[in-house]
Design a protein around this ligand. Structure first.
Ligand code: THG
Length: 267
């Protein structure tokens, strides 16, 4: 499992404040807390906290790297902001570029950039036409992404596909989580070895009453059909325990009475 810690994101009030004031301490504390809780990567999103998003991204990356070598996922829809983040990355383990749409001309820019910078890529199953609302269209965009990876010589283990999860409480959207599970199963067998599959899990429960329960239930369901990464609140212990348990039940970890402890020691 590849947990990506979601908390360093300007959409959270504490991070918005810290980024705006260039206050390092809250950012560095959250970086270390998330690392401790098992984050394999730290997502880094300046949100709307700064007028100059490129400078803010550079500052965030540098601030995190001062205290930890946990690699960063540079989270921005804007190419210039991603480039600013990449410029600041100083980590032999590389980083993740999060994210790129499934439009061919975007992939033609992002994939060579990632290869050159020792970065993995999260590619979204969405195009300029928007987020597909059915299984077939999601699988089709995933096939485009995988075809482009092969064309550019990007190894499948450097590629994360994100089926885009939207809040389950949007009117008419309740069938989407099920469609995503169907699509994941198909995307997972497109290549051998398979690509990574990730998602922004907390999107699913935005605006609902039972956020934690909805998040961890879907995570366990998605893990069963091939999701092996997610951008999550790694500080949610029940969520992480459910994920570890799902992986144990999928025989990815040997059972022992102390399987939770054993998994946490390896994180
Ligand atoms: N795919 C990819 N990257 C992503 C997303 C995705 N990055 C951003 C986002 N989606 C994943 N990260 C978050 C971070 C926070 C929340 C949801 C997703 C969240 N925030 C609270 C809210 O809006 O209710 C903030 C308020 C608070 O709790 O204080 O839910 O899908 N590739």
């Amino acid at each position: 499992m590849i947990p990506i810690g979601e908390r360093i994101n300007g959409s959270f009030p504490d991070m918005k404040r810290a980024i705006a004031a260039r206050d390092k301490k809250p950012v560095q504390e959250l970086a270390l807390k998330q690392k401790e809780a098992g984050a394999a990567y730290l997502d880094c999103n300046v949100g709307t906290a700064a007028a100059d998003q490129e400078a803010a991204m550079r500052w965030l990356v540098e601030t995190i790297q001062e205290v930890t070598d946990t690699p960063i996922a540079i989270d921005s829809q804007k190419l210039a902001v991603v480039r600013a983040g990449l410029d600041a990355i100083d980590n032999p383990k590389g980083c993740i570029v999060n994210s790129c749409s499934g439009d061919e001309e975007k992939l033609d820019i992002y994939m060579p950039m990632c290869i050159k910078n020792n970065a993995s890529l999260i590619a979204l199953t969405m195009t300029r036409e928007g987020v597909p609302q059915n299984v077939e269209a999601r699988v089709e965009v995933a096939a485009t992404i995988i075809g482009k990876a092969s064309e550019h010589g990007m190894a499948t283990d450097r590629l994360f596909i994100d089926p885009i999860i939207l809040p389950v409480n949007i009117p008419g959207a309740q069938a989407q989580p099920g469609y995503i599970l169907d699509a994941l199963g198909q995307i997972k067998i497109m290549t051998d070895p398979p690509v990574h599959i990730t998602c922004g899990l907390s999107n699913l429960s935005q605006g609902t009453q039972e956020r934690h329960l909805i998040n961890r239930t879907f995570l366990a369901m998605a893990a069963a059909v091939g999701l092996d990464s997610a951008i999550v609140d790694v500080l949610d212990t029940d969520l992480m325990d459910a994920w570890i348990t799902a992986e144990m039940l999928l025989n990815k970890q040997i059972y022992s009475d102390s399987f939770l402890k054993a998994a946490r020691m390896n994180m």
